[in-house]
Design a protein around this ligand. Structure first.
Ligand code: GLA
Length: 685
């Protein structure tokens, strides 16, 4: 298993380290400290363009070659970043048209990073040149195992630019999609507010305007901007595959927080990498959800450097961040806990950001493995070294193991974008919160979950949950029907299929194209202000532990063939169905026309578990997170205590812990932030 750090050798030369006589001498000490901590891989060079090419066409890759040699002498492999995230100042001085224009048409200036328009041909040209020169200079170095494209692409809200070249590409993209102006006008509904166009040139970019742009146009703009990012990444991937066929290619993504389609980017990469900010989140299920989303971006055709079918965390924060209002220290044991949370959910490479707190630049008080003094006797270094030791033990045990889920949650970026458009039915109704309610209920009951796009094959899942799929194409609706027809169980909710892929509302009833699947029609929907609630009255076998509210959104449902499982308790729709189930073909289609509080979703999971024959991984107290990686018959369980206090677990059979070598039976107190990695084989003996 790969275990390492993000290293910036360019920060650690004289006058910041080393000596005038031997300016790079610190690199050796760093490599020694890395080896002592169990490091076997570093990522380097993601912002080094200005040092690689200090003047146009004058390259200097030798210093990085020397840094790689130092790593080589210590048996440390290298991932090199392509440096396009930080174009050098001479380039933007010479070609200011590279700089992006924002939605007001104002230029974003040079002097930091990501100041580029990805539709600009000149920027593409220079990017190709530096990537080619880099790959030719260092691509055959013995230590190189992978490339990271750019860095944090789309970061600092640079997913969009409004340059002349962007307009040109936007029009070409629309032309390729719609072919005729007539079709564009029809699909976009441009006769609303007199937006009809007679020529491609007339189609606006959604720049600052008196009020909201046509949602159909905005959705295309999001798709176009996303395609631009994918094309830029792919351009670099293709170049690197051609020049260095043995090196794998990745890029560092954040869990679906940026405005481009992460699934599409993942499709052009060999493997996915994640920047993890676990240290700043409070709910363990929220972290787990981010990790599961990232694992789910690429389900097939995964090519990691060591052949594992996993994904990497290429920036696991080693300590506090520096951009919150208060950047508290990450408590002892918590970086270790989060590292195991990542590994337990399928990560096969862990790199910490960053090796040492830099003495220069704007991130100097960000947490690091080493502190500024670089001595290697600090708390975090010791914690990372402990993990390094443990990884040496675990690597062989985990080899070839994967996370397997029988439940999935449907998500799509398109849907997330529609939820962010202005003029929502209820601005307090948040898609991520809705997804998290379902996810947390499954997570807290230790049921593994994948995230899947509605266009993917669903047949391997026993249970599919589809929260608020506001936008749903006709083809996607057909796939949902096919899944249920063949015996699957689907749970959908309010705010589903209110518009099609062109953002046009159906005239055949809600949810569009799915009224037969659910055996009902949603006649009206009644968004509720925060603090106001209706209530659910349950019928039949649905187990309820609490009085469950109906909040934020209440569908007024006309049941047809479906059976009502719950009704509303009050208002003019009192007694009408709020939750239903319909048999469709061999499967079941469940519809929840409202949003409730977390305990409702716990009850729902208890009921669905029986309905779908799903089993929790292990029976432990709710506060212990359990995940599993498996290979054939071998099952490795991870138990994580996210609490500040010990949790008592009862083992009914002897369990073998790989980290300590101990076998547990009966009561065991898992310490605060404690981790167990247990083998099921031992359970059987
Ligand atoms: C991202 C970037 C890093 C660093 C961190 C700070 O993860 O990739 O270069 O700036 O953010 O949060």
């Amino acid at each position: 298993m790969y275990f390492g750090v993000d290293y910036h050798p360019e920060h650690w030369v004289y006058p910041y380290a080393g000596t005038p006589e031997d300016p790079e001498s610190r690199w050796l000490r760093d490599a020694e400290l890395m080896v002592a901590a169990g490091v076997n891989v570093v990522r380097m060079g993601e912002f080094a363009w200005g040092l690689y090419e200090p003047e146009e066409g004058k390259y200097d890759f030798e210093w990085m070659g020397r840094a790689m040699d130092v790593m080589g002498r210590h048996n440390i492999q290298v991932v090199l970043g392509t440096p396009t995230a930080a174009p050098p100042l001479w380039l933007t001085k010479k070609h200011p048209e590279i700089l992006p224009l924002d939605e007001r048409g104002l230029r974003q200036h040079e002097g930091t990073r990501h100041a580029y328009c990805l539709n600009n041909d000149t920027f593409w040209e220079y990017s190709k040149r530096i990537v080619t020169a880099l790959a030719k200079a260092l691509g055959s170095h013995s230590q190189l195992i992978a490339w990271q494209i750019d860095n944090g692409i789309g970061g600092h809200t640079t997913e969009f630019s409004f340059n002349v070249e962007t307009r040109r590409d936007w029009h070409a993209w629309l032309k390729a999609k719609y072919e005729t102006i007539q079709r564009l006008n029809d699909c976009m509904g441009t006769r609303f507010w007199s937006q009809t166009v007679t020529d491609w040139d007339q189609i606006p970019m959604p720049m600052i305007a008196p009020t909201a742009h046509n949602p159909s146009l905005v959705m295309d703009w999001m798709r176009f901007s996303s395609d631009t990012i994918v094309a830029f990444v792919k351009m670099q991937v293709d170049l690197l595959h051609e020049l260095t066929p043995n090196a794998r290619v990745t890029t560092n993504l954040r869990a679906l927080s940026r405005h481009f389609d992460h699934f599409d980017v993942a499709a052009v990469l060999d493997f996915v990498s994640l920047d993890s900010y676990a240290t700043i989140k409070s709910k363990s299920s929220e972290n787990a959800m981010d990790i599961d989303m990232m694992r789910s971006l690429k389900k097939t055709d995964i090519k990691t450097p060591d052949g594992e079918e996993g994904f990497w965390v290429i920036e696991q924060k080693a300590g506090q961040v520096h951009w919150q209002e208060v950047n508290s220290l990450v408590r002892p044991g918590v970086v270790r806990l989060f590292t195991y949370q990542l590994i337990s959910r399928g990560v096969t490479g862990v790199l910490y950001f960053f090796w040492r707190q830099p003495r220069i630049g704007s991130e100097k008080f960000y947490g690091g493995v080493l502190t500024h003094d670089g001595r290697g006797d600090n708390r975090v270094y010791r914690e990372i070294s402990q993990i390094g030791e443990e990884i040496k033990l675990l690597g062989p045990v985990l080899q070839g193991t994967k996370v397997v889920a029988e439940t999935c949650i449907l998500i799509s970026h398109e849907n997330a974008w529609t939820h962010k458009l202005p003029f929502q039915q209820n601005k307090f109704f948040k898609l991520r919160d809705h997804i998290l309610l379902f996810y947390s209920a499954l997570h807290d009951r230790n049921i593994p979950v994948d995230f899947v796009r509605p266009s993917e094959d669903l047949s391997k899942y026993k249970l599919v949950i589809a929260p608020s799929l506001h936008i749903l194409g006709g083809g996607e609706a057909d796939l949902l029907k096919l899944y249920v027809q063949n015996g699957g169980t689907l749970v959908s909710t309010c705010n589903t299929s209110l518009v099609d892929e062109h953002h046009i509302a159906p005239d055949t009833g809600f949810p569009g194209n799915l009224t037969d699947l659910f055996g009902l029609e949603v006649l009206e929907f009644d968004p509720q202000p925060p603090g106001e609630e209706n209530h659910l009255t349950f019928k039949g076998a649905f187990p309820t532990s609490h009085l469950h509210p109906a909040k934020l959104w209440c569908d007024v449902i006309e049941p047809k063939e479906c059976q009502a499982l719950a009704t509303y308790a009050k208002d003019f729709y009192a007694g009408r169905a709020a939750m239903t189930m319909n048999t469709f073909g061999l499967g079941k289609a469940i519809y929840i026309g409202t949003m409730s509080h977390q305990p409702f979703y716990y009850d729902l999971v208890v009921w669905l578990r029986q309905l779908c024959n799903l089993f929790p991984l292990l029976k432990v107290p709710d506060t212990v997170e359990v995940s599993m990686r498996q290979k054939d018959e071998s099952k490795i369980y991870f138990l994580l205590n996210h609490q500040n206090s010990p949790v008592r677990i009862q083992f009914y059979k002897p369990m073998h812990d790989f980290l300590t070598g101990n076998t547990f039976q009966g009561n065991y107190d898992l310490p605060p932030h404690g981790v167990l990695v247990l083998d099921e084989q031992a359970v059987k003996t």
